[in-house]
Ligand binder design. Structure first.
Ligand SMILES: O=P(O)(O)OP(=O)(O)OP(=O)(O)OC[C@H]1O[C@@H](n2cnc3c(O)ncnc32)[C@H](O)[C@@H]1O
Ligand SMILES: [Ca+2]
Length: 497
């Protein structure tokens, strides 16, 4: 009995002081881990917003971007959350009634007011960038283009957002920002990976932008844009071909076939059985063809199709000039182009057209692609209409021409070969955001891509919490071990008889 009491008295685990110390120690360690976890848990996200209006030649679109408020200028976290297609044509088509250009934006602006939380409205930057349609209108009639801008500005200034201005982008900017968008969304810039080239086909112009190792920018400085992004230097080659968007090339192809002012043309780029009456003055009402309007032509001509890919390609080739090149190498029209390099993303009309034609798979050999297009172009117009009852007729009638133009531009114009063709990916979106120049434009204007790589914490959140937990557990073990001299010696326990 006395030995039992003696042992109990000697056992430190049974003294109130040790129990209190142990409890306090455990509470302290649990508190330490809890604080570490809670303190470093991402706080509930607050977002910031930016809005860009893409005033293209054929239509205007509004894009809303969103990013976590505390990560303004380091990590690549800007995403497109909403887009709105403005009803009607591009703003340049309102040259004779400019107020309508402003009015046309109203519905999409109202939609944006609903999508962006009200308390963020006043701090949300709003930009409008116009491209080739306004470039052409500005060349043709600068006072008309000024009036369109005034009308657009008036409409945008009324919005609750922080309006930052409307302007025409240069072709260089349009190409370069498209490249920034694609590579930003692919996380290639922050990680310093090999970049993807950007191919953009609009209605009135087309852009090609890529980084080529053998290009330092000196041979044709006007085609060069230097960037320092996240600590990496890029020497980008970019060129925008005004009048080489698909709508203007179609005008050039028709101009080519109507030089003698005929009353009927049989166009190989349109399906057999296609027949429409077209107006000469409407066709030639663009600076891309206006100097070629035939003298003494009738008011209209009968535009008929005969569906021949081969003949269509000959007409399309005739809109390119391959004769003069004062550089080491050119694409077409005497424009310098370094050796093609790396993967390419082809978006906007490249995607619309190739997607419709089921030709986005670039592992299909180029010859097979041509065979498929040959068969498609030769299909009678009535049959095409029956097969695609839900496609807008003004799109449907042009896919044979557009497909032929795309293949000709890529192979004859830019010099993609049967092998390098497979480096092209036809894309519409990357991770939910549309490929196009708008995101790159906003990232640039809001200084959201830093020149130098951002400092990042040495450990990710999960790593930090794990280390704190392990250290805390080690402390518990150490604490227990430190009490070892006081542990009861079980083996020497007296036997009680
Ligand atoms: O860049 P710019 O030259 O200013 O022109 P844009 O911005 O208006 O040009 P888009 O990329 O929006 O469209 C390019 C062309 O594709 C046409 N397009 C748009 N959606 C299409 C679809 O679903 N199918 C076929 N063509 C389409 C459109 O009419 C234009 O001719
Ligand atoms: Ca465009």
């Amino acid at each position: 009995m006395s030995a039992q009491r003696e042992m109990k008295e000697k056992n430190p685990w049974h003294t109130p002081v040790t129990i209190i110390i142990t409890v306090i120690g455990v509470i302290a360690i649990v508190a330490l881990v809890t604080v570490a976890v809670l303190q470093n848990r991402p706080v509930s996200q607050k977002y910031k917003y930016g809005i860009v209006l893409d005033a293209g030649s054929s239509h205007t679109a509004l894009y809303i971007y969103e990013w976590p408020a505390e990560k303004d200028n380091n990590t690549g976290r800007v995403e497109q959350t909403h887009s709105c297609k403005v009803k009607g044509k591009g703003i340049s088509s309102y040259a004779s009634e400019p107020w309508k250009a402003g009015e046309s934006l109203t519905l999409c602006m109202q939609e944006a007011e609903q999508k962006v939380p009200k308390k963020r409205h006043h701090e949300t930057p709003l930009y409008l960038g116009a491209t080739a349609g306004m470039r052409l209108l500005n060349m043709e009639n600068s006072s008309a283009s000024d009036k369109v801008f005034q009308a657009v500005e008036k409409a945008l200034q009324k919005s609750p957002f922080s309006y930052q201005g409307a302007r025409i982008l240069s072709g260089q900017e349009e190409g370069a920002f498209g490249w920034v968008t694609v590579n930003y969304l692919d996380d290639r810039l922050m990680q310093g990976l090999e970049t993807t080239g950007a191919l953009d086909l609009g209605g009135a112009s087309t852009q090609i932008s890529f980084v080529s190792d053998n290009y330092d920018g000196s041979e044709s400085p006007s085609n060069s844009v230097a960037f320092r992004l996240y600590g990496n230097d890029y020497n980008l080659y970019t060129h925008s071909f005004l009048c080489y968007g698909k709508d203007q090339v179609l005008r050039m192809a028709l101009a080519q076939q109507t030089q003698s002012g005929p009353r009927t043309i049989l166009d190989p780029c349109f399906h057999p059985g296609y027949t429409e009456i077209k107006n000469y003055s409407v066709l030639y009402d663009s600076p891309c063809v206006s100097d070629r309007k035939p003298q003494g032509a009738p008011v209209s001509f009968n535009h008929r199709g005969n569906g021949s890919f081969g003949q269509c390609q000959e007409i399309v080739k005739s809109v390119f000039n391959f004769t003069s090149c004062k550089y080491s190498q050119c694409s077409f029209n005497g424009v310098f182009q370094p050796l093609l390099q790396g993967p390419f993303g082809a978006f906007s009309a490249y995607y619309f057209v190739m997607n419709f034609l089921n030709l986005t798979d670039t592992s299909i050999p180029l010859d097979t692609v041509k065979d498929k297009l040959t068969r498609y172009c030769a299909t009678p117009w009535d049959q095409i209409k029956l097969q695609h009852p839900n496609v807008k007729l003004n799109y449907l009638e042009e896919y044979c021409f557009s497909g032929t133009y795309i293949l000709t531009l890529l192979t004859e114009g830019y010099n993609f070969t049967s092998e390098s063709y497979s480096n092209i990916k036809f894309i519409k979106k990357i991770k939910g955001s549309d490929a196009g120049w708008t995101l790159g434009y906003m990232l640039n204007l809001t200084n959201m891509i830093p020149a130098e790589a951002p400092d990042s914490p040495p450990l990710p959140h999960a790593g930090y919490v794990s280390i704190v937990t392990i250290i805390a557990l080690l402390l518990v073990v150490l604490f227990i071990l430190s009490l070892r001299p006081l542990w009861p010696r079980c083996s020497k326990q007296p036997h009680i008889i």
